[in-house]
Design a protein around this ligand. Structure first.
Ligand code: GTP
Ligand code: SPV
Ligand code: MN
Length: 582
């Protein structure tokens, strides 16, 4: 029950449509969570893991056909098709509503309908926004409790403010043919049916905090981005915050909590967020950012003591593991974790390496952010943290250098818009195919990319102390298919260079595509990469880049008249500089 009439009435309408057996308003309390856990253990939604080594940890096994985001059935339903743009699937709103209504009819019979009020961002932050997810999945409730500020405090804010995003979710019968993730940004509404998985079902995350929020941010003058936020504190106690956008499963969680190499004695890394960043100009002309989430929904495979010890440390208690394998003593296990041999795979079958990996390649952990050893209290700061640098990056085996700096904000927007990356298991479909993924937002921008880039370009008028923009690539490979850059903790060397550039303390090698480091300015003490390889990582192949520029042009031209002329002007400058240097 609530004093907000709109919410009360919507709950009644949904209940009449879906016919749940019970209705439960979530308070977010510990007792409520314990009851939920107990009922999921009884139903098999949760499987208890070893409570001595992993107290409060549970395993959830998804339906094998429901293990990743489904971009092909994710729609933006704006009244005008062009408002969704070539970057989105579009459906006419009335038709989409009717289609969903038919699917929802009676879908919660025999189930409990949970009303989940949540706040994206610190409860007392003016940058935060609230939503309510109605769901018939207790697994979704347990995840939303960690990923968002969920329960009574959020409901109180909704009752005070009056506005909230409406998200309706049912797992339905998990039939892939009856699976749709619909967004109605003009009505601040989300409707999801037929999947219990991550970004399809935890509606606060990609659906609200990116697709709906990006649409709102455009009209309200801020940015909702697929970015981690990390603080880098020098031995002198000076902290720079960096926001970085990499596509799904391309290293955000890892960079957000990296442990620097040994010689960085006295440096500290502070984690603010690992996936989503909301930014707005402050009175000082800088961009100030909050992480709207309060937990991590991270990729399990590859998480290991050698690559991400902070992540491993936070996963020993109070975590939900989705689609991982299990060892003989009932501990969670995934590829890359350690030398142990699991006994059970993610489907619950005896592990057989001939059949496939123990952990599904997009298996995940859910854990409260505060359990991360590098968690910073600044994540609770209602005003956010000031951003010194924005970093874009993709997974590119070839061509793209380790790091480069944009020549200006406008050129930085072009760098972001030109991003491409090899696809990963985070979404269904082929893996390893290079596709354009501007600002790592291809699956997440709730409106036409052309309008989105125009919005980014307006920031030169909105703020006079904007962060510098960089582009990185941790994923270059040599002829034998080995990574040329060690990555992970060693990415600290690149972050240090970025900060030195922000402070104007090092020079730059100006090239047609952007400013590259002078190899001597990348700290190479104890670096496991020889100087020839480092030089290769910092070279520009003009002929290959000219071809890349033409592909970028072809991509941008899809956006037609709505594409800001400034973008093509910036691209022309790069193309001309490349021809001149050839
Ligand atoms: P989402 O949660 O899907 O948005 O992913 P993410 O961007 O947070 O990616 P994450 O940090 O979980 O990394 C995904 C995969 O990339 C993992 O298997 C990592 O081990 C691997 N990875 C991360 N950073 C690096 C790096 O610097 N170098 C290499 N070679 N691999 C990396
Ligand atoms: C991603 O795919 O970018 C994720 C996981 O962070 S999901 O919540 O499924 O979107
Ligand atoms: Mn993500």
């Amino acid at each position: 029950m609530t004093s907000n009439q709109v919410l009360q009435q919507w709950v009644e309408e949904v209940s009449e449509l879906t016919h749940p057996e019970n209705i439960h308003w979530c308070s977010g309390s510990d007792e409520e969570n314990q009851q939920l856990v107990d009922s999921m253990l009884a139903s098999g939604d949760f499987i208890e893991l070893n409570q001595e080594t992993h107290p409060g940890c549970y395993l959830h096994r998804s339906d094998p056909n429901d293990v990743a985001r489904v971009e092909q059935v994710t729609y933006i339903c704006t009244s005008q098709r062009d408002d969704a743009g070539p970057n989105n699937n579009w459906m006419e709103p009335a038709g989409a509503r009717a289609k969903m209504r038919a699917l929802y009819a009676g879908c919660m019979r025999g189930r409990t309908m949970y009303i989940v009020p949540y706040c994206m961002g610190p409860i007392d932050s003016p940058l935060s926004r609230c939503g309510v997810e109605i769901t018939d999945s207790p697994y979704v409730v347990a995840n939303m409790r960690m990923m968002t500020r969920m329960g009574s405090a959020a409901l109180a804010r909704i009752e005070r403010e009056g506005t909230f995003v409406k998200g309706l979710h049912s797992i339905g019968d998990l039939d892939p043919e009856r699976r749709f993730i619909m967004h109605f940004p003009e009505e601040l509404m989300i409707q999801s049916f037929g999947s219990g998985y991550g970004g399809n079902a935890l509606l606060g995350k990609k659906c609200h905090a990116l697709r709906i929020a990006s649409f709102q941010a455009r009209t309200e003058g801020w940015l909702a981005e697929h970015m981690l936020i990390v603080g880098v504190e020098s031995p002198r106690g000076e902290t720079h915050y960096i926001a970085a956008a990499f596509p799904s499963a391309c290293g955000k969680t890892n960079l957000a909590m990296l442990i620097p190499p040994a010689q960085y004695d006295g440096w500290k890394i502070w984690t603010i967020g690992d996936d989503i960043c909301w930014m707005q100009p402050g009175e000082d002309g800088r961009l100030w950012a909050i992480n709207p989430e309060s937990g991590f929904f991270g990729v399990a495979p590859g998480t290991a003591a050698g690559t991400n010890p902070n992540a491993l440390a936070m996963l020993n208690s109070n975590a939900i593991f989705t689609n991982v394998g299990v060892t003989a003593d009932n501990q969670p296990w995934w590829e890359g974790k350690d030398d142990e041999v699991p006994v059970t795979d993610w489907r619950g079958n005896p592990y057989d390496p001939e059949v496939g990996p123990a952990a599904q390649p997009n298996s995940r952990f859910t854990v409260p952010m505060k359990q991360c050893p590098s968690y910073s209290d600044e994540a609770e700061n209602p005003g956010g943290v000031p951003i010194s640098a924005i970093v874009f990056g993709g997974r590119r085996e070839r061509l793209v250098p380790l790091v480069m700096e944009s020549k200006s904000w406008q050129h930085g927007v072009l760098l972001g818009a030109s991003m491409a990356s090899e696809t990963t298991a985070a979404a269904t479909g082929a893996v390893g195919v290079v596709r354009r993924d501007p600002m790592a937002m291809k699956p997440f921008c709730g409106y036409n990319f052309a309008d989105y880039w125009s919005h980014w370009l307006t920031f030169t008028n909105r703020a006079d102390n904007l962060p510098s923009i960089f582009h990185v690539n941790w994923f270059r490979k040599d002829q034998d298919g080995n990574f040329m850059w060690p990555g992970f903790g060693d990415n600290m060397r690149v972050l240090e260079w970025i900060i030195n550039r922000c402070k104007g303390e090092v020079g730059i090698n100006e090239t047609p595509i952007g400013g590259l480091p002078l190899p001597a300015d990348i700290n190479s003490t104890d670096l496991d990469t020889d100087s020839a390889t480092l030089e290769q990582l910092l070279e520009v192949d003009s002929a290959a880049w000219s071809a890349e520029v033409e592909q970028i042009r072809e991509y941008l031209e899809q956006y037609g008249d709505r594409l800001p002329a400034r973008m093509i002007a910036e691209l022309d400058k790069v193309a001309a500089a490349l021809s001149a240097s050839a």
